[in-house]
Design a protein around this ligand. Sequence first.
Ligand code: NDP
Ligand code: ZN
Length: 188
Amino acid sequence: MERRKEPICQLIDALALAAEAHRHQRRKDADASPYINHPISLLHILSIDAGITEPSVLCAAALHDYLEDCCGQAGQPSVEEGRSILLARFGQDVLAYVDAVSDDKRLPKQERKRLQVEHAASAPFGARLVKLADKIANLRDIQASPPADWPLARRREYFDWAKQVVDRMRGTHASLEALFDATYAGRP
Ligand code: NDP
Ligand code: ZN
């Protein structure tokens, strides 16, 4: 598909692809909220809270869980096909940012979590912005509407792991880091 030139059109296209790809998915909160609410939360944090309007960052935020949570699932493109779609439709920067925020689901969960901490500092700047917004959104969700089966210890462990990731990215964006710290201060 031809690449859109107008930034607002790129963002609408990114949201349309995310909405389509996540359409059968739900978040883990007790109400099983529509999955697309989560990428929209990241867009709100980046643009409204932090004043970030760079189109490639916003498109990557809209699509940040596309490769990890949609591609490779039944009826969806493979991860490699998904990467080709991102490149053709949104360009190299968006692909690089989404790649950098995607875990390799073939690895065991503890290894994936360790690698997020290890790779955080070396991720491209745009990817670090998306990562910061993702951690803020997830901490807010755990405070306001946590997965029903998560005991206190697991919620706390998630807060502390998210802080380890963010601590490796200090100096990336003062407002986002302050927002993360304010959210972390509400650790259950
Ligand atoms: P998961 O990776 O299973 O779940 C967290 C992820 O789920 C988030 O990163 C987010 O990912 C997504 N998500 C979907 N809905 C919500 C929601 N409502 N609120 C928050 N996140 C949501 O969790 P972890 O394995 O990371 O568990 C957290 C900690 O607990 C870890 O440190 C782990 O070691 C520990 N643990 C404890 C257990 C226990 O019973 N005590 C058992 C297993 C782990 P995204 O944005 O990418 O969709
Ligand atoms: Zn996410």
